[in-house]
Write a protein that binds this ligand. Structure first.
Ligand code: ATP
Ligand code: MG
Length: 590
């Protein structure tokens, strides 16, 4: 490719509306342009990277035995009615009508369409297992599109769906996909971790997310220092390293103390000169009725003062208790709490709640507290030496706390640490959620009709590009891993208008690199583009290798080489350049 004929859309200034480095660099290096909120055009340079990511994913999926297909982005409402998601899904699902007033949506995911296809095309256990995938556009009307293509409304996903005759077969394919994902992210040169995940609204049981480790990640992921345990914080479990559980501790007698204007856990801890973990934290959230609709009824949640509520755990407790909380968790507003409890927030506690008909849930660590401090449900007062007993007892005790750094791993091996991650892939065992709703069955070996258990496996192709930049950049710009660099080599020619030999030699090098199968960009932009700009652009765009052909270097009989990663420049004898190129790219492909 010749830069003079190519859209080099680099920008010097950092765009003000781009908060994270990958978004800034994708705009500055000329990979993408914004059309509207969450909608992006991929420019030629960006598309080269995107195609490389897709190709790696495609190769590994094909290797795993999956079959590529392509399904429509536009989906009829009837299928979504069948699965129950036409009503169930919120405004993320973009719905519209055609000219005949028929309802359609833009596919945010393709479980319905694939299940419809498979129920029509597959009839016997002999055809199974089957794993079908596509690399295709999705649309989700995200509440908060941000960070460029990281959380866009229109984006490209690789989505695969597997169908089975029994759970064993699903387990086997799930394991293959887990391995395939590791191969993909290794080939992409990413530092990633698979973690146990919440299967979310999509339903199902077993699930893993693949996270690229980066400080800008929206998720928190938890690892053990000594074992393979790794989980999304939403469902990570751990044991606090310091606990007050001491069964032998003698119960002291309850005492009411004036704590004045100390309302927060920190203020109460300071006032009473005790540690935060000796204080019970009481939160009020809204309950939901049996259809999951939020009600005005309040439910009290108890946590140790140094612990935080894990909202995902709290909203998924339904089924474990007869109490269902509104999902997502909705905290009661202060006025409502004051009206119902008759005391300002800041002095709330467990005493007397059951008399008011208020149900309560304690986190396990909170239920283990002894001689603790809690709000007295009286203005400006707290209890000290409170203990759980008949009149002050949670209705349920369940793990609802966020794990913390230093907690003991649930397998007892090592302690937990927390890092930020970007979710680039997600695999689920869906079970029969969709196949049952859409009646997708095959005949088993006894001629009996069985509903097929399903798996589904996603990778955010466009998000991978951004995640990769988050992990691979410096002050000058992007540093692409070799496997997905848009070009492997850039040849920068300086003052070709003044020196004919610069023009001929760089042209010769360009031809030579091409004949070696190297993806090469010849920066032949004319004198209006200064050498400084050419250098800066090549670094910003992250091209792995650079050759410089200038009148000065040619006068010395050399060509200058620089790798994007190192700062060292190397001078290569003109006569040896061809062998040098050969070695460089021969090594690269090894
Ligand atoms: P998130 O939690 O980030 O919203 P999700 O769990 O809703 O993602 P999945 O339904 O698991 O997403 O989709 C599979 C993959 O698609 C995700 O792992 C992610 O890489 C990608 N993805 C999801 N939503 C977006 C988006 N809005 N923009 C870009 N990529 C996305
Ligand atoms: Mg997900």
């Amino acid at each position: 490719m010749r830069a003079s004929r190519y859209l080099i859309a680099t920008v010097k200034e950092t765009p003000s509306d781009a908060e994270i480095v990958s978004h800034q660099l994708m705009l500055r290096a000329g990979l993408i342009r914004k059309l509207a909120s969450g909608l992006y055009t991929w420019l030629p340079l960006g598309l080269r990277v995107l195609h490389k990511v897709s190709q790696i994913v495609r190769e590994e999926m094909d290797k795993s035995g999956a079959m590529e297909i392509s399904m429509p982005v536009v989906q009829p409402s009837e299928l979504w009615e069948e699965s129950g998601r036409w009503q169930g899904m919120g405004p993320e699902l973009l719905r519209f009508q055609d000219r005949h007033q028929r309802d359609f949506c833009l596919g945010p995911t393709h479980e319905e369409v694939i299940t419809d296809l498979v129920r029509n095309e597959y009839s016997s256990y002999r055809q199974l297992p089957a794993n079908l995938y596509q690399i295709q556009t999705k649309f989700r009307d995200e509440r908060r599109p941000r960070f460029g293509v990281m959380r866009a409304r229109e984006f490209i996903m690789k989505d695969a769906y597997s169908f089975h005759v029994n759970q064993e077969s699903l387990d086997a394919t799930y394991a293959v996909m887990h391995e395939t994902y590791c191969n993909i992210f290794n080939r992409l040169g990413l530092n990633f971790r698979p973690v146990i995940a919440d299967s979310g609204s999509i339903g199902g049981s077993t699930s893993h997310e693949f996270h690229v480790l980066a400080d800008s990640g929206e998720d928190e992921i938890v690892f053990s220092s000594d074992s393979d345990y790794a989980a999304n914080i939403e469902l990570a479990i751990g044991t606090p390293s310091i606990s007050d559980v001491d069964i032998d501790v003698e119960h002291q007698s309850l005492e009411l103390v004036d704590t004045g204007s100390a309302f927060t856990i920190d203020e109460v801890a300071k006032k009473l000169t005790i540690s935060r973990r000796r204080i019970l934290k009481t939160l009020f959230v809204h309950a939901a009725d049996k259809d999951g609709t939020r009600t005005d009824e309040l439910v009290a949640l108890f946590l140790r003062g140094d612990h935080e509520l894990n909202e995902t755990k709290a909203q998924t407790i339904k089924g474990l208790t007869s109490t269902i909380l509104a999902s997502p968790i909705e905290f009661a507003d202060d006025e409502l709490v004051e009206r119902i409890i008759g005391c300002p927030v800041g002095c709330l506690g467990p005493h007397g709640l059951s008399k008011l008909g208020i149900r309560s849930i304690a986190d396990i660590s909170a239920s283990e507290m002894r001689n603790f401090v809690c709000g007295a449900n009286q203005a400006d007062h707290h209890f000290i030496n409170a203990n759980w007993h008949d009149e002050c007892q949670p209705d349920y005790t369940i793990d609802i706390r966020k794990v913390q750094e230093g907690d003991i791993s649930p397998d007892g091996q090592g302690t937990l640490s927390i890092k930020r991650g970007i979710e680039v892939g997600h695999i689920f065992q869906l079970g029969t959620k969709y196949s049952k709703a859409l009646n997708a069955t095959v005949l088993d070996e006894n001629g009996k009709s069985v509903v097929m258990p399903m798996g589904c496996y996603g990778i955010g192709i466009t998000r991978v590009v951004a995640a990769c930049i988050e992990q691979n950049h410096d002050a000058q710009g992007i540093i692409w891993p070799a496997a997905i660099a848009p070009f492997q080599l850039v040849i920068v020619q300086i003052d070709a208008h003044k020196s004919e030999s610069v023009a001929t030699i760089s042209e010769k090098l360009y031809q030579q690199a091409q004949s070696l199968g190297v993806e090469v960009l010849l920066d032949d932009r004319d004198k209006k583009t200064s050498p400084g700009v050419k250098f800066a652009d090549s670094e910003l765009m992250g091209i792995s290798h650079r050759l410089l052909v200038s009148p000065r270097s040619l006068a010395d009989g050399v060509i200058e080489y620089k790798s994007r990663v190192g700062s060292e420049k190397q001078l290569i004898n003109k006569e040896e350049i061809s062998e040098f190129l050969h070695c460089l790219f021969h090594q690269d492909s090894e």
